[in-house]
Design a protein around this ligand. Sequence first.
Ligand SMILES: [Zn+2]
Length: 110
Amino acid sequence: MHSHQFAHWPFADAHNTASFSTTKVVREHLPVLMVSHDADGAWQFLDATTDEPGEALLVCMGCIYERDQSLEQIADLPLGWSAWRQEVGGTWERAENPPEDDDEDDGHAV
Ligand SMILES: [Zn+2]
């Protein structure tokens, strides 16, 4: 457990809240280009380089924001919404996540 000190913290969640990210963002420092604020309140900060889920990592939100403070622009993303951008500094687009199926069938149509 660690903490951050920010002069300005835009998120409603505490900065040591765990969020989901990817190995590419955390280890290779790829930019976050896709953000999801899940209906259950969890944040996902993803590199959007692939549709493959890959290895998810838990990262504190402060560590993500420390690296890229332009994420402030999506700090008010409602529950159940996603946002994405083409590049760092680009305009965020937002959309409500499609409703999740009740069953756990994760079959991908080809
Ligand atoms: Zn941190």
